[in-house]
Design a protein around this ligand. Structure first.
Ligand code: PCA
Length: 329
């Protein structure tokens, strides 16, 4: 009799468990960045927060390091519904609209405060563009400012002549060309391979990526040039979102707002930690000297001019709004 009761209780429990799991949603989120990246740490925390706030009603599995989908396929995979969510380096979309380039233009936003203002101004336009594809941005987080890694002390802009420099997006490639160098675009995860096979001699990226990719294994100097603070964006499929009940939707949006705030803080902190780690591992970190700064400025001006030629009215307007806002602060 006692056994009988126990059996019934267990059976009821597993039926209940089945009922819950039938409702609970499981999402897959793909990011090209590895577990050593503060962006991935932040996104994993976001997923944990959602699971906790919804009592497991929505579980988001974060597939890092391009393990599920490669970078260039993430947005289209979410659009098609193969996966439900993704994280990408926003400026890799530059061929779709000039608005995606504004966070990789020199002289526009040179600090975290300005970069965040730039995000606030561009957000509505980016939301609209994503919405046209059935996508919903959740949050965006800046990388630390971009600088230049070399295996020599960068003192003379002529040293850029023919230098093979790794870049993470098209604008950085253009910038390198303007400097006289020879750019190659590679994924962050491919950096060690690009150096060890001799495909590149130098790279443009942040302190964080230099640290995560152990830059000291192949370069000796980091010129902290404060070029621009480009962002990652995390987004989901609108269809997947609409299938959630209202309280789960709210939990996603709340956790996303927290992730954005936490992410920008993590970025600042990671910049400091990474600059320290670079030096602890023997990399000389310095600011550009006058001659190099002048060359960077000229290459940046040229890049900006060419963007203006590509930019549509909406993109120009956004930048104008941003400049007014920053000017008024
Ligand atoms: N790290 C990424 C994007 C920008 C950055 O700082 C990369 O270099 O690929």
């Amino acid at each position: 009799m006692r056994h009988m009761f126990l059996f019934t209780a267990t059976a009821t429990c597993s039926l209940l468990a089945l009922a819950t799991s039938a409702q609970a949603a499981q999402w897959n989120l793909a990011t090209p960045y590895g577990d050593a990246s503060f962006h991935t740490e932040n996104t994993k925390q976001f997923a944990e927060d959602v699971a906790e706030a919804t009592d497991g009603e929505l579980t988001i599995n974060v597939h890092s390091g391009g393990s599920l989908v490669e970078h260039g396929e993430i947005k289209s995979s979410v659009r098609r519904g193969t996966i439900n969510a993704g994280e990408i380096f926003l400026s890799t979309l530059s061929n779709e609209s000039p608005i995606y380039e504004v966070d990789t233009l020199p002289g526009v936003a040179g600090s975290y405060e300005e970069a965040y203002q730039l995000w606030e101004v561009t957000k509505p336009v980016i939301n609209d563009l994503f919405a046209e594809e059935g996508l919903m941005p959740l949050y965006a987080v800046a990388w630390p400012a971009q600088g230049i890694y070399t295996d020599f002390e960068l003192t003379d802009p002529d040293e850029f002549d023919g230098l093979r420099v790794r870049a993470p997006n098209i604008n950085t490639q253009r910038f390198i060309e303007n400097l006289g160098g020879s750019p190659t675009e590679t994924e962050e995860s491919d950096i060690p391979n690009a150096f060890s096979t001799g495909r590149v001699d130098a790279m443009i990226t942040s302190s964080s990526t230099g640290n995560a990719m152990t830059a000291w294994d192949y370069v000796s100097h980091y010129t902290d040039a404060n070029l621009w603070l480009p962002k990652n964006i995390v987004f989901i499929s609108r269809d997947a979102y609409q299938q959630l009940d209202e309280s789960t939707q709210d939990a996603v949006m709340e956790a996303a707002a927290e992730a954005e705030e936490r992410g920008w803080e993590l970025s600042r902190q990671d910049n400091e930690d990474s600059l320290q780690a670079l030096q602890d591992n023997g990399i000389t970190v310095s600011e550009p000297n006058d001659a190099v700064a002048e060359a960077l400025q000229a290459a940046g001006d040229e890049l900006y001019e060419s963007w203006l030629e590509r930019a549509d009215e909406r993109a120009e307007q956004v930048l104008e709004n941003y400049r007014q806002q920053v000017g008024n602060d």
